[in-house]
Design a protein around this ligand. Structure first.
Ligand SMILES: Nc1ncnc2c1ncn2[C@@H]1O[C@H](COP(=O)(O)OP(=O)(O)OP(=O)(O)O)[C@@H](O)[C@H]1O
Ligand SMILES: [Mg+2]
Length: 256
């Protein structure tokens, strides 16, 4: 059954301009779906809609059978717990004035009813919890007392991922999470997301302009062009003849 169903979604930023045009998409629980397309194709707009940061007048979205994004306060809170986001710029997620352990525990502080299954039962101190989260994303636990300006870009992005995963979301949306990182670190982050996705069976929507990254990580690829989905295929069909010419152009430009 589809976990996320987007039907005929159209988003206008002005009367004349549609950032998304009649977008329909079904995502099954546990799938890792890549959304690719050039700058301005509407990728972040789609992420913003799913997070409830951008309104829409046309179309319908359901998440686990319920209308998304919920309007009712209680349902909205539940939705926010289940749908987490990793942004391109970790600096916008991490408060420079807070040590890492405080930043990483912020979501769990907001949702005290969540008891992550990756933590052993029993008394766990707050800092131990932060250490466990950092270790889960491959960081050394002794980084908990550092401040964001004492971390590299890749380390900051790992902290953002730890934060997003702390609530054990069932859907993780990543919007260009590796775009500001160098190639080696990009690969490490992709490998991390892949590993965590396989371990937890969460659904991932991974937005990128880099079709190579998406091919490495995802089971399915959606190609957006000028706000429309022009291609939607399982990753093993990447080189099939019937790929959309725009997808072929993206593959060619990426020089696999
Ligand atoms: N708040 C806004 N008001 C008006 N136009 C907007 C707004 N946000 C985005 N747009 C426009 O909508 C289009 C889609 O933007 P969006 O940010 O979704 O693209 P994107 O695919 O994420 O691009 P990028 O790869 O550069 O991040 C662009 O033409 C952009 O200029
Ligand atoms: Mg964007």
């Amino acid at each position: 059954m589809s976990q996320l169903i987007i039907k005929d979604l159209t988003v206008h930023y002005s009367k004349e301009f549609k950032a998304l045009d009649n977008v329909s998409l079904n995502v099954t629980k546990g799938e890792c779906v890549g959304i690719v397309g050039e700058s301005g194709s509407g990728k972040s707009t789609l992420a913003k809609v799913l997070l409830g940061l951008q309104s829409f007048k046309h179309g319908h979205i359901t998440f686990n059978g319920n209308q998304a994004v919920p309007e009712q306060k209680k349902s909205l809170r539940e939705y926010r717990k289940q749908v987490q986001m990793v942004f391109q710029d970790a600096n916008s997620t991490l408060n420079p004035k807070l040590p890492v352990w405080k930043s990483v525990l912020e979501p769990l502080g907001n949702f005290k009813e969540v008891h992550p299954t990756f933590l052993k039962r029993g008394a766990v101190s707050t800092k131990e919890l932060a250490v466990a989260l950092l270790e889960m994303v491959g960081l050394n636990g002794d980084m908990v007392d550092r401040y964001p300006n004492e971390l590299s870009g890749g380390q900051k992005q790992r902290v953002s991922i730890a934060r997003a995963l702390s609530l054990e979301p069932s859907l993780l949306i990543c919007d260009e999470p590796t775009a500001s990182l160098d190639v080696t670190v990009q690969k490490q982050i992709l490998e991390l997301v892949k590993k965590l996705q396989q371990q937890t069976d969460m659904t991932v929507l991974f937005i990128s302009h880099d079709i190579r990254a998406v091919t490495f990580l995802c089971n399915r690829i959606i190609v957006l062009k000028s706000g429309r989905i022009v291609d939607n295929f399982p990753v093993h069909e990447l080189y099939e003849d019937n790929r959309h010419p725009y997808t072929k152009a993206l593959i060619k430009a990426a020089s696999f």
